[in-house]
Structure formats: structure tokens, C-alpha cells
Design a protein around this ligand. Structure first.
Ligand code: THU
Length: 130
């Protein structure tokens, strides 16, 4: 299954009664498996989780550790970008040159990279003196 198909399908399962904005994410791990996630909102709004966070959690729970490619889709006017927190979450498991494909449900897409989405990222080397 392509990442686009997987993300499109899982997006339908999103729990988004508050924003009514369903998001799907699919990633291929370096190990070659596809992991998916959707946003899961909560009546206590800050407790909601993003689609990307769900896909990453599924990847880690399955025993994979590296993202080779990731795709996000939503019904938005322009290709939907990961939020700031998700950019950091993706960077935890992906090299800077890893492709991130941003999609709309009506067929627009934009391909970028982890490094382009999170320039100047905080990383483990910043803690070298700790
Ligand atoms: N959302 C995601 O799942 N991923 C993104 O990259 C952007 C935002 C979700 C969070 C919330 O459930 C809804 O979209 C509106 O912000």
C-alpha cells in the first residue's frame, strides 16, 4: 500500500469532533513497514494528539525506530504541514533529508524535508556538556 493510500484510509478513523479537521499520517520505517496514525481529540482540548504523533507511536510500539519517509493528509485548502511539536517528534526519528509529503484530500501535494521543516533543530548534541 502506498503512503498516500494508507494515510487517506486512516484519516477516516480520526476522532475530531471539536475541530472537525480530520488528519491522517502514514510513514514508512527504515525497516520497510508502514505505520499509520490519525488525530485523536479530547474534550479537554490540550489532551488531543496529532496524526503524526499517532503514527510515530505505532512505529515505536511495533519495534521500528527510524522514519524513512512520512506523509500527512487533510481536507485543507493547501497541503497540510505538521505542527511545530510534530516537527520535533518527527526529527527524533528521522534524518534531515527524509522526505515529508504534505497532501490535501483534493489532490494537491508538496514535498519537503525534515530539515526544511525544522531549521536549527534542538538535538542531542546540544546536551553534550550535560
Ligand atoms: N493536527 C494534526 O493531527 N496534525 C497536524 O499536522 C496539524 C494538526 C490536528 C490536531 C487537531 O486535532 C486538529 O488537527 C486541528 O488542529
Amino acid at each position: 500500500m502506498t503512503l498516500l493510500d494508507a494515510a487517506t484510509k486512516v484519516r477516516e478513523n480520526a476522532h475530531a469532533p471539536y475541530s472537525r479537521f480530520k488528519v491522517g499520517a502514514a510513514l514508512r520505517s527504515a525497516e520497510g513497514h508502514v505505520h499509520v496514525g490519525c488525530n485523536v481529540e479530547n474534550v479537554a482540548y490540550p489532551e488531543g494528539t496529532c496524526a503524526e504523533a499517532g503514527a510515530i507511536a505505532a512505529m515505536v510500539a511495533a519495534g521500528d525506530r527510524r522514519i524513512a519517509e512520512i506523509l500527512v493528509i487533510a481536507d485543507s485548502p493547501d497541503p497540510v504541514p505538521p505542527c511545530g511539536g510534530c516537527r520535533q517528534k518527527i526529527a527524533e526519528f528521522a534524518a534531515g533529508d527524509v522526505a515529508v509529503t504534505l497532501c490535501t484530500t483534493d489532490g494537491k501535494s508538496l514535498k519537503t524535508t525534515v530539515a526544511a521543516l525544522l531549521p536549527g533543530a534542538f538535538g542531542a548534541t546540544h546536551m553534550d556538556r550535560a
